[in-house]
Write a protein that binds this ligand. Structure first.
Ligand SMILES: N[C@@H](CCC(=O)N[C@@H](CS)C(=O)NCC(=O)O)C(=O)O
Length: 198
C-alpha cells in the first residue's frame, strides 16, 4: 500500500488524488491527513521540507513533490497515461502543470501573507507581485484553455482554479468566462474533481 500524506484543502494533493483516480490506483493509496504546521507530525521526518503532498512507498521511502509523485503514479500505471511519452504532448502537459502549480504557489504566498503575518507586517507590494502572476496566468489560460485529452496539466489547472474558488471566493471567474466554461466541462468529464473538493 502507498500512503499519501495530504490535507483536504491542498491543491497539489488534490492533483495527486485526482491523478490516482484516473490512473485506477485509488485502491492502492491510503490517504492520511498531515499537518504541515505541527512540528510533531511525522511529515517532517518523511519529507525534510515538511510539505504536502508526500507519498510513502511500500519500502518506507518517500517521494515529493507533487510533480515527482505524479510521474511515479503514471509510471506505476504503465507510463504515458497522464504524462505522454510523445515529446510534444509531454512538454505541453508539463508546462501546463507548471503554470497551474505556479498559480497555486502565488495564491498560497498571498494567503500566507494575509493570514500568517500580523497585519502591521503585511507587504502590499509583495501581494500585488504574486497577484500579477495569477492574473497573467489566468489571462493566458482564458485565451487558450487546455485542449485535447485530460492530462496532468489539465488536472493541475483545474486544481488551481478550485483553490482560487476555495480561498478567494472565485473572483477569477468574472474576467475569465472561457476558463470558467472549461472548468465546468472538466468537472463533468472528471468526477474525481468534485469528489475531492474541500
Ligand atoms: N511544489 C510543491 C508545493 C507543495 C506545497 O507548498 N504544499 C503546501 C500545502 S498546499 C505545504 O505543504 N505548505 C506547508 C509548508 O510549506 O510548510 C508540490 O508541488 O508538492
Amino acid at each position: 500500500m502507498l500512503t499519501l500524506r495530504y490535507s483536504p484543502a491542498s491543491p497539489y494533493a488534490r492533483k495527486i488524488r485526482i491523478a490516482a483516480g484516473l490512473l485506477g490506483l485509488s485502491s492502492r493509496l491510503d490517504i492520511v491527513a498531515a499537518d504541515a504546521a505541527d512540528p510533531t507530525d511525522s511529515l517532517r521526518r518523511q519529507n525534510p521540507l515538511g510539505k504536502i503532498p508526500t507519498l510513502i512507498l511500500e519500502d518506507g521511502s518517500a517521494l515529493y513533490d507533487s510533480r515527482v509523485i505524479a510521474e511515479y503514479l503514471d509510471h506505476l500505471a504503465g507510463g504515458g497515461r497522464l504524462i505522454s511519452v510523445d515529446p510534444s504532448a509531454r512538454f505541453t502537459a508539463l508546462r501546463l502543470q507548471a503554470l497551474g502549480d505556479g498559480v497555486n504557489d502565488a495564491a498560497l504566498l498571498i494567503r500566507y501573507e494575509n493570514f500568517s503575518r500580523p497585519e502591521r507586517l503585511r507587504y502590499d507590494e509583495a501581494i500585488a507581485h504574486q497577484q500579477g502572476k495569477i492574473d497573467r496566468a489566468l489571462d493566458s489560460l482564458d485565451a487558450a484553455p487546455p485542449a485535447g485529452q485530460v492530462d496532468i496539466g489539465h488536472i493541475a489547472v483545474a486544481c488551481a482554479l478550485g483553490y482560487l474558488d476555495l480561498r478567494f471566493a472565485g473572483a477569477w471567474r468574472e474576467k475569465h468566462p472561457r476558463l470558467g466554461a472549461w472548468l465546468e466541462k472538466f468537472a463533468r468529464a472528471v468526477p474525481a474533481f468534485e469528489a475531492t473538493k474541500a
